[in-house]
Design a protein around this ligand. Structure first.
Ligand code: PEP
Ligand code: MG
Length: 900
């Protein structure tokens, strides 16, 4: 297998489509070379070699050395330079790069190829001894830490000691002699610590660096990042060996990162940071605060103009916003990397819609660009508009660059580790650092928000936080952080660890205290994009809502009806008139304690008006759309008190001896209530409950209809498993419905259906469909009963089953993402059989899977009519349903093409 791909002098063996193999960086370099951009030459070792390395006891494929050697020779020819040469030395960078961007998680080595001979040649050729020795000391430093694992702190301390000894302020001012001395010190230290001389042979250096970059794929921080980001299935990292260009050769040089559009807002503004006279990772590391591109335009107008051209070219070529790394060497612009830029959720929507409107991409592509997480993150909070901004301003600690918008509150914490600890204890925390590094990702993830004293919008903190849509403020220059005393101060204010802070990520402001947050209005592009999705999708999207409030929210989110109202959720709380909650509760408890059907009816009659009122509210909120109401489902013991004191109180209230209550509760106790007396089994044994609930539904529907509301009630029986069982329920339901319609002299169309949440119901779906006018898959229970996994307890061992690094038995948690292979088979079967009996059988899903992207796509594939999701996940379902159609069209086109 060919392991190495060359690029340079306008030609490249790879291309942009080879991301899996060449990594994002390698594929980008090849593609940019192909389209004629000024890219330094080099070669990429494929990720397959990394995979081989880890699966073969940390050894590379045998042929790799020879291949790399051949490519190095070609690189030397193309650049007319030679690695380690005494006249015209070639210097290379050795960089990681996998198929998915993992900013700062893996290693890079710069200036490789320097040794006592080549450094002199470099000094001569550049006529800049200071620069050459600075480059050399950077290389020795990086090699020592990255390849040999020597502690960064101690090397930094040596740098500071040399500066102090020679009276230099910061490292830009150190002269050639100073760097020369530091190189000698660093090499001495290297020998002491490793027992070996610092390698001077450039090829030895190269292989050391390649191995270190590959090793960094498995470094703890990289593994953690992949876990947190759910990045799985990659081969490993590719290794890019690229000719060095230098941004630190004086004021006419520099290095920068830019975005073709603003990654925070999505606006079509050229956005970026530039550091003059700086090398490599200085911008990303956020060590100095860089200048904005507008200032760079003044500083280097000609280069800026070229960069603007590159911006247009790359965005047109890739049809997406690009995050571009570039270096200017003595006035010449080099593009080092391009990739799709990370962006905030709001920017994701804005860019997708704008690009579709500009004709850069099609609407289908715009729909596919948005992910479920983008929607979820749109609902992140802002500082509530009711908060008095003048009062808040008095508590301003510091201001910085608004790297990621949103708002957050939490207790100040100064180390990533403590942030994780405190978050585990249930605290909201704000992580404050001078700058962040990849070691901090765990704490950054745990924090509600992140503040750094240095860095720009492309610093590590900003890039990582943006990916998560997490509020982040960087470059708070005035902020003095003292890690030793765990305090931060600015603006005459002092913050201790544990003090409350509030971040306004939109403005880049940090305040002391805890301000109220609220959820923002959705951006316009959100509405536009979802309206496009609605035009494409075939699945209906309903909601799971139990209260009129939830139903109204769901309508705002685009729900087209209720797919599941869990009636028992209204037994305990009166959402419209909370002061009446206790009455409802008492009525249900009385019903359960009752020992005769007559006593039960009496208690139920008290509950009826409440249920009726709730249902009227639902019908009103869903005017013109179907409302599926499920009859009582959970085992009755869930509604009665289990401790003696509460039982006595209940006994007093309903006027029976305490023993009666205790005995009844005892009777209801089951060892396996999930498989016990629950679901429609309750109405089989206590038909009075069904009578009350069906009466409340029908009376409410008729009342709503009288008020001019269009009502479509669907009465749903849970946990059905048998035709005869359903027959009893359908007969009883029909009788009550007819009675009510006769009494009130109103005719109303309604449906009766069954929840399919037991394997037996799915298997006998043809029989069930003889009676049920609709099926609704209760996939929470269907997953539980098919897989034999307890919904309530499986969480204890499921992580082990799901984690790729552990047993990895399931690809995902089956309660979140439908187990298509197993549970999905039953669903397919049930739909087929059900529709064979009743061709117009309406089919939907109301388990949690109705709001999960992959599961919604499956529901589309098996021909369901609708999915039902909780209100905030309704937009996710709308989007996923549209994506399913687009994917299906593409698959059809591809098979059509293959056949032809
Ligand atoms: C289900 O089982 O999928 C369902 C929707 O019902 P519940 O979660 O209330 O059991
Ligand atoms: Mg259920």
């Amino acid at each position: 297998m060919k392991s190495v791909y060359f690029f340079g002098a306008g030609k490249a063996e790879g291309d942009g489509g080879m991301k899996d193999s060449l990594g994002g960086k390698g594929a980008g370099l090849a593609e940019m070379t192909r389209i004629g951009l000024q890219v330094p030459a080099g070669f990429t070792i494929r990720a397959e070699a990394c995979d081989y390395y880890f699966t073969h006891g940390r050894k590379f494929p045998k042929s790799l050395k020879a291949e790399a050697k051949k490519n190095l020779a070609r690189l030397e020819r193309v650049t007319s330079k030679k690695l380690g040469d005494t006249r015209n030395p070639l210097l290379v960078s050795v960089r990681s790069g996998s198929a998915r961007s993992m900013p700062g998680m893996m290693e890079t080595i710069l200036n490789l190829g320097l040794n006592p001979n080549s450094v002199e040649a470099l000094a001569r050729n550049t006529q800049n001894e200071r620069f050459a020795w600075d480059a050399y000391r950077r290389f020795v430093q990086m090699y020592s830490t990255v390849v040999m694992g020597l502690p960064q702190d101690e090397l930094e301390a040596m740098l500071r000691a040399m500066q102090a000894k020679r009276g230099f302020g910061d490292d830009g001012l150190v002269d050639a002699e100073g760097w020369r001395e530091l190189v000698a010190d660093l090499k001495k230290y290297f020998k002491e610590k490793t027992g070996k001389k610092f390698p001077e042979d450039p090829e030895e250096q190269l292989w050391g660096a390649i191995a270190a970059v590959v090793e960094s794929w498995m470094a703890e921080k990289a593994v953690t990042y992949r876990r947190v980001e759910h990045i799985t299935g990659l081969l490993g990292t590719a290794v890019n060996v690229v000719e060095m260009v230098f941004g630190n050769r004086g004021e006419n040089s520099g290095t920068g990162v830019c975005f073709t559009r603003d990654p925070s807002t999505g606006d079509k503004e050229f956005y970026g940071d530039f550091l003059a006279n700086a090398q490599g990772e200085d911008v990303v590391a956020g060590i100095r605060t860089p200048m904005r591109l507008d200032d760079m335009a003044k500083h280097m107008p000609r280069v800026y103009k070229q960069l603007v051209k590159v911006r247009t070219l790359l965005e047109r070529h890739y049809h997406d916003m690009q995050d571009i790394e570039f270096t200017v060497e003595e006035g010449t612009l080099y593009i080092l990397q391009t990739r799709a830029g990370k962006r905030t959720p709001a920017a994701t929507f804005k860019m997708a819609v704008d690009m579709a409107e500009e004709g850069l991409i099609g609407r289908d592509e715009a729909i596919e660009r948005v992910k479920a997480e983008d929607i979820e993150r749109l609902f992140y909070p802002v500082i509530d508009p009711s908060v008095n901004r003048a009062e808040l301003a008095k508590r301003m600690l510091t201001s910085g660059i608004n790297a990621v918008p949103g708002a957050a509150t939490g207790r100040a914490v100064f180390t990533a580790h403590e942030a994780e600890q405190m978050a585990l204890e249930g605290e909201n925390v704000i992580l404050i650092r001078r700058e962040t590094s990849p070691e901090d990702v765990g704490g950054m993830f745990a924090a509600q928000g992140i503040v750094t004293a240095t860095g720009g919008k492309t610093s590590h903190a900003a890039v990582v936080a943006r990916g998560w849509g997490k509020c982040c403020i960087v470059g708070c220059n005035q902020l003095k952080i003292d890690y030793a005393t765990k305090t931060a101060s600015a603006n005459g204010q002092l913050v201790h660890q544990g003090d409350w802070l509030t971040l306004d990520g939109n403005e880049g402001l940090v305040f002391r205290g805890q301000a109220k947050l609220s959820t923002p209005r959705l951006p316009e592009a959100f509405t536009t994009l979802l309206s496009w999705a609605d035009r494409v999708r075939k699945l209906g999207v309903r909601t799971n809502a139990d209260t009129p409030q939830d139903a109204r929210k769901a309508r705002e989110m685009g729900a087209e009806g209720i797919g599941l109202c869990r009636t028992e959720h209204m037994f305990f709380k009166d959402f419209e008139q909370p002061e009446k909650s206790a009455d409802r509760q008492l009525a249900i408890e009385e019903m359960i304690i009752a020992d005769s059907s007559e006593a039960r009816r009496k208690a139920l009659s008290k509950l009826l008006p409440y249920q009726r009122r709730d249902f009227i509210g639902l019908f009103k909120a869903m005017d013109g759309y179907p409302v599926t109401i499920r009859l009582i489902d959970p085992p009755l013991h869930e509604f009665v008190p289990h401790d003696r004191e509460k039982q006595e109180e209940l006994a007093r209230k309903i006027g029976v001896p305490a023993e009666v209550v205790a005995r009844r509760v005892d009777q209801l106790t089951e060892s396996n209530p999930m498989l016990g007396h629950r679901g429609c089994r309750l109405c089989i044994t206590y038909p009075e409950i069904l009578e009350m609930q069906v009466r409340a539904i029908m009376e409410a529907a008729i009342e709503a209809k009288k008020q001019g509301i269009k009502v479509f009630p669907e009465i749903m029986h849970p946990l059905v498993e048998d035709r005869k069982e359903l027959q009893i329920l359908v007969d009883a339901t029909t009788k009550v419905a007819n009675d009510v319609m006769r009494e009130l002299n109103v005719k109303l169309k309604y449906h009766i259906g069954a929840m399919i949440e037991l394997p037996r119901a799915a298997i006998l779906a043809d029989e069930i469909a003889e009676l049920a006018q609709f099926f609704s898959f209760g996939t929470n229970d269907l997953t539980q009963t098919t897989m034999g996994l307890s919904r309530d307890d499986a969480g204890r061992f499921l992580p082990e089953y799901v984690d790729e690094g552990k047993a990895g038995i399931y690809a995902a948690d089956p309660f979140q993402t439908l187990d298509v292979r197993g549970v999905g088979q039953l669903i397919r079967w049930a739909i087929e059989r059900g529709r064979a009996t009743r061709p117009n059988l309406e089919v939907g899903i109301c388990g949690e899977h109705g709001g999960d992207t992959a599961s919604v796509k499956f529901c589309h594939e098996v021909g369901m009519d609708y999915v039902s999701a909780s209100p905030y996940r309704v937009p996710i379902a709308r989007l996923a349903a549209a994506q399913a159609v687009i994917e299906e069209r593409r698959a059809r086109k591809n098979t059509g093409r293959k056949k032809r």
